[in-house]
Design a protein around this ligand. Sequence first.
Ligand SMILES: [Zn+2]
Length: 350
Amino acid sequence: MYSQHLVSSFGVAAGILKNYRRRLRQGKSCGTPFVKRLMMKAENQAYKLDRTEGMVDLPIIAGCHVKLRLVVSRYHRRYLNDGTLSLGSLTVLPNRVIITFRKEPPRPIAACSVLSLDTNERSLDGIFVDGGGKGDGSCVQVKAAFPEVAVIQERHHERRRKLQKKKAHDRRLTRVLCGREGEREHHRIDYRLHHVANAVLEFAEDHKSAIVLEDLRGMRPTRSKELNRRLSLWPRRKLHQIIEYKAAWKGLPVIKVDPRYSSRRCPVCGRIPDSRMGTEFACECGWHMDRHINASMNLLQTAISKGLEMAGGLRFSPGAFQHDVVMTLYEPAMAARSEPNGTSQIGVTS
Ligand SMILES: [Zn+2]
C-alpha cells in the first residue's frame, strides 16, 4: 500500500487510543477500542484534488489510483475557488467524502465596540457598547432568539421516549432508531444555530465588535435529572463553538469570561443580593434590569477588568444604558424554514 496512507492510519489509531485512555482515566466503562465504520483517511500529500473539476485522485498502490468525482454545489464551489485555502486531509466514508481546508487566521481586527452576550436556553441576550472612537459610547440591548431549539429538543426527546417503550422487545432496533433520531435532532439544531451565529457575526463584523461570551466549561447543572435534560448545555456549547470558529475566520476577537456570579451581581454597586430573582434583577441600590441583560453587563465588566484591550479604552457604565432600545440580531422568522416541520432533515454546515 502507498506508504503515506500508513502514516495517517497511525494517526487515526492514535486518536482512538487517546479517547480510550481518557475514558479509562475518567473511570468510564469501555471495551476494547474498535473501529466499526469503514473509513479511510489521507493526508494532503497523499492525494490530489482537481479543484475545477472536483476530481479526487487517490493512489492506493503503485500504478493503481482511485478517482472519485465529487458532487460540487455552489456552496462547495465557494471553498474550492478560494485560493487562500490550502488543502487538508481527505476522509472517505461509505456515504460521503470529507475534505478539510486550511486557512491562516486573519489578523484580529482592532475592535471599536463590544458585543457582550449572555447565553440562555432560548436566546442570546446582551448589550452592545459602541466605542464611537471616544470610548464613552452608547449602550443598547441586543437579542438573538432561538426558541425553536428547545422545542426541537423537547420533541425529539419525547419521540425517543416513545420509541423505547414501543420497541422495548428489541434493544438493537431501539438503539438504531434512537440513534437516527438523535442524528436528526443534531442536524436540525445545528442548522438553526448556524443561522443565529451568522446573524450575530454579521452584526459584529459591521460594527467591528469584540465578542464577550461566558465560559461554559466546567459549568455543571446540578438540579433534578429532568431539569438537567431540559437545560442541557449542549446547544449552548455548540453555539459558542460555531461563533468562535466563525469569528476566528473573520478575525473578530472573542473573549471568554468566567460566568460566576454574573447572574447575581449588581453591575452598579457590586452587591450580590441573595434573594431569588424573577425575570428582573433588582438591587438595594435601586438598580433593576432584565435578568439576562444584567448578566451580560456583568460579563462585560469581568472582561474589562481582565484587561480587555479596546480601541480608545472603552468605558462601560450601566448608567449610559438606553432602556427602550432593543436591537434584534436574529429571530426565527429570519430563517429559511421554521418550526414546526416534523419531517425535514437538514444537514447544513456553512
Ligand atoms: Zn446595586
